[in-house]
Design a protein around this ligand. Sequence first.
Ligand code: OXD
Ligand code: MN
Length: 599
Amino acid sequence: MRPETMASKLKALNDWVDDVARLTRPDSIRWCDGSDAEAAALRAEMLADGTLVELNQDTHPGCYLHRSNPSDVARVEHLTLVCSKNQEDAGPNNHWMDPAEAHAKIDALFDGCMQGRTMYVMPYCMGPIDSPLSRCGVEITDSPYVVANMRIMTRMGAAALARIEREGTFVKGLHSIGELDPERRFIMHFPEELTIKSYGSGYGGNALLGKKCHALRIGSWQARQEGWLAEHMLIVGIENPQGETHYVAAAFPSACGKTNLAMLIPPEGYRKAGWKVWTVGDDICWMRPGKDGRLYAINPEAGYFGVAPGTSRSTNPTAMETIAHDTIFTNVAVTADNQPWWEGLPHGTPVTDWQGRPYDAANGPAAHPNSRFTVSAKQCPSWSPHAEDKQGVPISAIVFGGRRPSLVPLVFEARDWTHGVLVGAAMGSETTAAATGAVGVLRRDSMAMKPFCGYNYGDYFAHWLSFDKPGAKLPKIFHVNWFRKGDDGKFLWPGYGENLRVLEWIIDRCKGAVGAQETPIGHVPRKDDLHLDGLAIDGTALDTLLEVDPMGWAAEVADIGHYLDSFGARTPEKLKAEQRRVAAALANAGAPARKVAAG
Ligand code: OXD
Ligand code: MN
């Protein structure tokens, strides 16, 4: 750690740290250098005060458990604000407060809040340290748990500080756990000031400010100004037996399987044939057009903050290997011999639940449904050798998807970029435990960015459309649905590793090597277009998975029209025209035309 007296060479950074210290009045200030010695010292302090609990070091070397305050286990969308000068710029997709009012409100909470605490100053870089696509920030926090997580999730410390000092600019993030009181909690973003202020929560998405707050909300705002895209997407490389790797970026809402897809294990037949899967990122993707007109992507993160429940040797063996050592677990249960445990693990019995109580099924699940692991990406056996490439990896296909129990086919391809933007904008999904509130409710979640787009969705759609310009060689756009259910309520598609069959069709479509059926909603594979050998799936399930119901879709597309209208004049006319084109195509296909409100 830098001694307390040692500050940065950058005056703007020193001045800000001084201002924050004057406001929050910590007992001491520590500048984090990201070193192993610093991490070990912090860990010892957290073990001593109970912030971390040691797990079984024989079975899980270097693994620790953190139990959060039970009222602080997920993102809080209703307390997350975008404080742009003009409310319209934040849009109806964001909660908004006037910046002056917001600063006053949250600074009153920060006033004196670090008394008796240490204030940590963490310079970090989102993306490979030498990449022109990366962006830096500094987070100030009073939580050592946040420091330990940020060290895994970002390039945190001396190298980031050196880049910040060279560039002279950085995103300012101020965080305090405050009293962990849900009544005194705000996650505020001031995009025009490149500033984040977060008070009252220690939960990942609210407190690790490099992740959702910087890499998505502020990042999306910067991306629009600078001509790139900051997206809630995994990035995966699919290598075929000929040794050719295609990179796919895929947007799914939180807790809908991004980590599983990013770490997919090919089905046995594919493995034997020589298919490999390479993980570049599991949650966030920054993409920018390269000189050749293609989109190039980096993963701004350096680790995974993944959902534990449901992760097992059968669903995600790669993740299980990744988290077998040097991992921070948050809100999982533990077994009698002190191993981490969560629902979905076939072995082991929980004896202590996520709140540290003796496990009793009457209290609900042993592990919190949004319990997490934080682990370095470097521990992932499928970590791509190109994950650190400073120019990023070229994207062949963009995939959108959500939890749709009915209507939406297993996969379809948009006919062009504009249609693809409509498909992304129209995305819907059932809500999950990653945010507080009801679970399993269908809501529109355009590009899986509903909780993360730092500006008006109408402007965001226009920004997406703007990439279609002369010379652009844009990826093809697809939509997938792994979550379609049959009448018995069971999933029709096996998912997990078998999803490679769908990715193969997607990649072959990009290469023009496979057929499809043209439908009003886009190109859908016929049964024979998918490689299904070795897969036990019955013909009727497949028929349902690949069917397009014009009546059902007419209602869906009419609803999409209303949704686009809800962003008023900011929704680009081109997107509305595209919605009308699809509605007309459905009407021609035999569905009764439905009236769409004029916008
Ligand atoms: C996450 C989320 O933690 O989307 O990645 O909530
Ligand atoms: Mn996410």
